[in-house]
Write a new protein. Structure first.
Length: 139
């Protein structure tokens, strides 16, 4: 959104770029145990949702709700976990994790539960293609 926006180095390391919405970058967490996506508003210096302008908050909520609904349909989720913690990565970013009653961490949160298992190259390509094709608003 702004030319000075820079993605936090930890998010760059842990994630793969999926695309952009009007306000947010969409990232895929490189952990094949869960379909795990992260929205990052492209506004430099944000730590909390309330720091977005009113119009940005409304746009963020629209993008987040759209993403959650589309992921729930695409992956046939039992539950969508959406959260902004930011204790380790202070840049505002919001996790959207598809959950299943059969997943490894259920019913606990996924954060810090198990070490990440990165996608293999073919698996990552398939995951990115599938979600990019499903999200009509993504560019």
């Amino acid at each position: 959104m702004t030319s000075t926006f820079q993605l936090h180095p930890q998010l760059q390391q842990d994630c793969v770029m999926v695309g952009h919405f009007a306000l947010c970058q969409l990232l895929l967490m490189n952990d094949s145990q869960y379909p795990w996506f992260i929205l990052v508003p492209q506004v430099q210096g944000l730590r909390e949702l309330y720091e977005l302008s009113k119009d940005q908050r409304m746009l963020f909520m629209e993008e987040s709700a759209y993403l959650a609904e589309q992921l729930a349909v695409l992956y046939q989720a039992d539950k969508m976990n959406i959260g902004a913690i930011g204790n380790l990565v202070p840049q505002l970013h919001i996790h959207h994790v598809v959950r299943y009653q059969t997943d490894r961490a259920w019913p606990a949160p996924v954060w810090g539960k198990f070490a990440a298992i990165p996608y293999g190259p073919a698996q990552l390509d398939e995951q990115l293609l599938q979600v990019r094709n499903h999200l009509a608003r993504l560019h």
